[in-house]
Design a protein around this ligand. Structure first.
Ligand SMILES: Cc1cc2nc3c(=O)[nH]c(=O)nc-3n(C[C@H](O)[C@H](O)[C@H](O)COP(=O)(O)OP(=O)(O)OC[C@H]3O[C@@H](n4cnc5c(N)ncnc54)[C@H](O)[C@@H]3O)c2cc1C
Length: 394
């Protein structure tokens, strides 16, 4: 038996976890957020925020911090389908007139700082290894160890797994995968100087894609992507660096000629097919990649994490306020998430298959853009989070 010192313990202190924790704490709940990494650590990810993510940062008063960190405003997306080029300006809509692609060493600390300022107790260097359950099987907190190996426990009425696609919390809670894709891509990315700083550029050719996202310090993050199964053969004879150069020149023969790669190691990521996991149960919930993951080829994971962090926090607040039972509130969270994301997951899976040709890929990207419109409208029209809920415990 452990006592519920917290209303909510959140495992994972990146976009999904920090957003959930911040919204809960701003509503007056007692929240602990833990992560096994260190504050400000980098992670494997490129950086494109789409409209829903920028909207979330703005609604919660955090966009100014991203801008103040020197993240350049992106005013257009340029799509290259072979030799054809289509430029789509970022129309002012829902209070958003530019996109941003902050480094994760910029974005994640901004979110953690905001959570802390809202009152979230935050501990880095904590690895969660188990879940506490009461005699009825309800999850009542987490078990783990700190950086020195000392045991760690925390009791809470609700445990949130925001611990990424390989979620330990999901595994321990027994959260089944309810829907899954079949395709996955592999990525190689690095940083460059001398590239445009005011637009996202995406390049599509049969069997390969590439993209550039202007980020902090005057650099652009540049990725190349291929079907997952092709990474090994592409890297044979010359390794990752040669494969990266070769893939970029296949995807975008002219785009990088006059630019210079910045020093630093290339990052490689082989994805897995996307999925929805069941994302709630007695005393637990999942958010971000832990509950719903899709291939990074459509650069949408951060937007989803910020969106669903708020949706989950609202559900927990709803239950805490006594306006709905926990079961009803959390079921409604998952339903909304799945409704908003089903098409995103399916379209992302189709793009990650690389079985499209240059006639089909624009249609898939339009479908994606349509789905994104739905989530932007939902976020734009949300009422302010209701304050203050009755505390869950006590
Ligand atoms: C190559 C690549 C490129 C991408 N590019 C983009 C992009 O351009 N735009 C975009 O929107 N998305 C992109 N994504 C997706 C995006 O990175 C993820 O969707 C996003 O990071 C999910 O956030 P999260 O908070 O759910 O989880 P994560 O960012 O994965 O954070 C999970 C946290 O949980 C912690 N954790 C895990 N297990 C434990 C444990 N047992 N105990 C304690 N802590 C634990 C980890 O240390 C980590 O800090 C990309 C992903 C990849 C891999």
């Amino acid at each position: 038996m452990i006592s519920a010192r917290y209303d909510v313990v959140v495992v994972g202190a990146r976009p999904a976890g920090a957003m959930t924790a911040m919204v809960l704490a701003r509503a007056g709940l007692r929240v602990l957020m833990v992560d096994r990494c260190r504050y400000g650590d980098d992670t494997i990810s490129t950086h494109a925020l789409l409209r829903a993510a920028v909207l979330q940062l703005k609604r919660w008063g955090l966009l100014d911090r991203v801008v103040a960190a020197g993240t350049p405003p992106v005013l257009a997306s340029v799509f290259h389908y072979g030799e054809e080029q289509v430029e789509v300006p970022i129309k002012p809509q829902a209070g958003v007139d530019a996109l941003y692609a902050p480094r994760r060493t910029v974005l994640d600390p901004i979110l953690v700082d905001a959570a802390r300022e809202a009152g979230v107790e935050t501990r880095f260097g904590i690895t969660v290894t188990g879940l506490h359950r009461d005699d009825d099987g309800r999850v009542t907190g987490v078990i783990g160890r700190d950086a020195s190996g000392a045991p760690f426990t925390a009791g809470a009425r609700i445990t949130v797994g925001a611990d990424g696609m390989g979620s330990r919390v999901a595994h321990l809670a027994g959260a089944p995968v309810e829907r899954a894709g079949t395709n996955a891509a592999s990525f190689i990315y690095g940083y460059w100087s001398g590239l445009p700083v005011d637009r996202y550029e995406l390049f599509y050719r049969p069997g390969v894609a590439a993209g550039l996202f202007p980020t902090n310090d005057g650099q652009a993050c540049v990725f190349a992507a291929v079907p997952r199964r092709d990474l090994r053969s592409e890297s044979r004879g010359g390794g990752v660096a040669r494969a990266y150069t070769r893939l970029l020149s296949r995807a975008a023969p002219d785009a990088f000629r006059s630019a210079t790669p910045a020093p630093g190691r290339l990052k490689v990521f082989s994805s897995r097919p996307g999925f929805f996991r069941r994302s709630y149960g007695h005393g637990w919930a999942l958010v971000g990649d832990a509950g719903y993951f899709k291939d990074p080829i459509t650069s949408h994971g951060l937007s989803d994490a910020l969106r669903d962090g708020e949706l989950l926090a609202r559900a927990i607040i709803e239950a805490a306020s006594g306006n709905a039972t926990e079961e009803v509130a959390l079921a409604s969270y998952q339903r909304t998430r799945d409704c908003l994301s089903a098409r995103l997951l399916a379209t992302t899976d189709a793009i990650a298959s690389f079985s499209w040709d240059l006639d089909r890929i624009p249609t898939l990207l339009l479908e994606l853009s349509d789905s994104m419109g739905e989530e932007v409208r939902l976020l734009r029209d949300l009422d302010p989070v209701c304050l203050p809920p009755a505390a869950l415990s006590g």
